[in-house]
Write a protein that binds this ligand. Structure first.
Ligand SMILES: NC(=O)C1=CN([C@@H]2O[C@H](COP(=O)(O)OP(=O)(O)OC[C@H]3O[C@@H](n4cnc5c(N)ncnc54)[C@H](OP(=O)(O)O)[C@@H]3O)[C@@H](O)[C@H]2O)C=CC1
Ligand SMILES: O=C[C@H](O)[C@@H](O)[C@@H](O)[C@H](O)C(=O)O
Length: 319
């Protein structure tokens, strides 16, 4: 049977499926979070940059007040935004205040980028030409040292990263005293990212898959091999896309503000070797043909070290 949690290097049990909250509109997200916790979700994924942590927190509080869950039974994740890359504890404190919590179960570096802390916007500072106001000499490993220092405060039970490629992880591990507990990355059959998944597996870094449905509108739900596996299993394409990760030993985050979808996204089925082969063959073919689909790649203009994205400016650390 598919596992419902995975053990992390910290000893924490991280749920296999979680609710995403990116682009969940204010006015909708609190109800979505409460409904998810009522329905059986234990993992909620948030971020400062989503601009809705206050409502996510209200949704959590409502679920606790209603007796659906206790705080210690749930796993709340949030992320350090780039404008706080040199002020890590300030960033965490802002998130905790918005969420109405005194700790998070996991705090993640959102992107290995620094953005101007004194720019023209708290989240998305821009230059006069409209491009992002990036701190080009930023050292992402310095941010990690500040992340490590948070553990002693008890305000973050574990720390990890998002959007880290193999070369960025190699740089970080050279300086790290604490190995990131997770690497949260875009992952699905159209972007398997096997090189970074294998690297993380070898280092004990748990993979958390985001945009499993292909992000906004769920374009992967129509993907031909996914539909084929769904027919074989007598289930839905959504269930196949989410179960793929659990079969790979990966936690998966799906966003929805629609009650019926929130509920159905919690249904995980066991995919057998033949099902997985259909999906893996598809991934291999896309890799070979250079047709991988990366749905989330914000315009930082930086080369992050992912093989499918060779373009962009190198950071001073030389990736
Ligand atoms: N660390 C990072 O940089 C990133 C982290 N993330 C995290 O991962 C989460 C998930 O990724 P996200 O990019 O949001 O995209 P998803 O792949 O989860 O897709 C979300 C979209 O699919 C729709 N949807 C959800 N369930 C179903 C279903 N069963 N059937 C049909 N459509 C469905 C949603 O619509 P509706 O809501 O209207 O139901 C929404 O439009 C994010 O919300 C965020 O928490 C995501 C991107 C980057
Ligand atoms: O977590 C989701 C994504 O990473 C999101 O935070 C970014 O894409 C952000 O909107 C940006 O534009 O940089």
């Amino acid at each position: 049977m598919a596992p419902s949690t995975f053990k992390l290097s910290t000893g924490q049990e991280m749920p296999a499926v979680g609710l995403g909250t990116w682009q969940s509109a204010p006015g909708e997200v609190a109800a979505a979070v409460t409904y998810a916790l009522k329905t059986g979700y234990k993992l909620i994924d948030a971020a400062y940059c989503y601009g809705n942590e206050d409502e996510v927190g209200q949704g959590i509080k409502a679920a606790i007040d209603a007796g659906y869950v206790k705080r210690e039974e749930i796993f709340v994740v949030t992320k350090l935004w780039n404008t706080y890359a040199t002020r890590v504890e300030v960033g965490l404190d802002k998130s905790l205040k918005a969420l109405g919590l005194d700790y998070v179960d996991q705090f993640l570096v959102h992107w290995a980028v620094g953005m101007n802390p004194e720019g023209n916007d708290d989240r998305f500072p821009k230059l006069a030409d409209g491009s992002r106001d990036i701190t080009w000499d930023h050292d992402h490993t310095a941010t990690w040292k500040q992340m490590e220092a948070l553990l002693a405060t008890g305000k973050a039970k574990s720390i990890g990263v998002c959007n880290y490629s193999v070369p960025y992880l190699e740089q970080l591990l050279k300086k790290a005293e604490v190995v990131p507990v997770v690497n949260q990355i875009e992952n699905h059959p159209s972007l398997p990212q096997q090189e970074v998944v294998d690297f993380c597996n070898a280092k004990g870094i748990h993979i958390v898959a985001y945009s499993p449905l292909g992000s906004t509108g769920g374009p992967l739900l129509k993907s031909e091999p996914v539909v084929k596996v769904a027919e074989r299993k007598g289930t839905s394409p959504g269930t196949v896309l989410l179960s793929y990760h659990v079969a790979r030993g990966t936690t998966v985050l799906a966003k929805s503000v629609t009650e019926s979808r929130i509920k159905s996204n919690l249904e995980i089925v066991d995919l057998d070797a033949d099902d997985l082969k259909i999906l893996t063959d598809y991934s291999d073919a896309l890799t070979k043909e250079g047709k991988l689909e990366r749905y989330v790649y914000p315009p930082f203009g930086i080369k992050f070290g992912f093989p499918d994205k060779p373009e962009g400016r190198s950071m001073p650390n030389g990736v």
